[in-house]
Design a binder for this molecule. Structure first.
Ligand code: SAH
Length: 247
């Protein structure tokens, strides 16, 4: 898998990519992450990459030429665009989610275009962008942190990226529920005991307790997810009873 990030501020991304799971993933699964400084594709001697918006108003806009040139350079290198998705992090996009992270973990080549200031020339979006993705209904100053956030969410789901994929697959949202609480040693800390069942060694009972906790936490913390969960359960019950009746 390969990820290219077009940014005017590569330093914002460099350190986080060199730590922890993202660093591990790069060596474990041979994930290549290329940070490309948009300024390297500027054509004038001042390395200009932005300009004032047509029609007036405050703020600056990224010019189309450096971004077109950078994107063309990337796809000249890979020789193919069919396996790639070009993502523009933007507050106007679809909301990034665990489902989207899972989908993108299976795509061999991702390209992120990080905007700044007012954003990027619309012609770049119209020509190149396959996915406009938002990280929530608020505005940040640049696309670097959103891109980093998405890269982290996606990469940890690639088989081999972390020690134990099963661990990522039992996290919140994977199956519509939040995760259960966790405890580690010591057994009793400042008068607070670890729930008995977790010390029992009884796998079935532990699994039941965890599922019950996940359902209860989801009901309290995320009633919206809980409703969806109930509806799914109802559907499954109905399917089962329909299948029985056919027999
Ligand atoms: N004028 C734009 C916002 C520009 S913010 C608008 O209102 O839609 C500058 C850049 O930060 C954007 O181009 C985008 O890349 C990034 N950005 C800001 N908020 C974001 C969010 N919620 N999700 C994803 N990217 C965001």
């Amino acid at each position: 898998m390969r990820i290219d990030v077009l940014t005017a501020f590569p330093k914002i991304l460099q350190d986080p990519l060199d730590e922890s799971i993202l660093k591990q993933a790069r060596s474990r699964i041979g994930l290549e992450i290329h940070l490309r400084d948009i300024r390297d594709y500027a054509t004038d001697k001042h390395r200009t990459i932005d300009d004032t918006p047509y029609g007036g108003g405050p703020g600056m806009v990224f010019k189309p030429e450096p971004l077109f040139d950078a994107l063309e350079a990337i796809f000249r290198q890979t020789g193919d665009r069919t396996d790639a998705r070009v993502i523009f992090p933007s507050p106007q996009g679809r909301l990034f989610s665990q489902e989207i992270a899972q989908e993108f973990a299976e795509i061999p080549h991702l390209v992120f275009i990080c905007g700044h200031y007012k954003g990027i020339d619309q012609r770049v979006i119209d020509t190149w962008v396959s996915d406009e993705l938002s990280i929530g209904d608020y505005v940040l100053s640049g696309g670097e942190i959103p891109a980093l956030l998405m890269i982290d969410g996606i990469v940890r789901l690639i088989p081999g990226a972390i020690n134990d994929l099963a661990s990522a697959q039992t996290d919140s949202f994977q199956d519509g529920l939040l995760d259960c609480p966790y405890y580690t040693r010591p057994e009793s800390y400042r008068g607070m005991a670890v729930p008995e069942v977790l010390l029992s060694g009884h796998h079935q009972k532990i699994a039941e307790w965890r599922l019950a906790q996940r359902i209860e936490h989801t009901r309290i913390k995320r009633p919206d997810l809980y409703q969806q969960f109930l509806e799914k359960e109802k559907e499954q019950l109905k399917k089962k009873s329909d299948a029985k009746q056919k027999k």
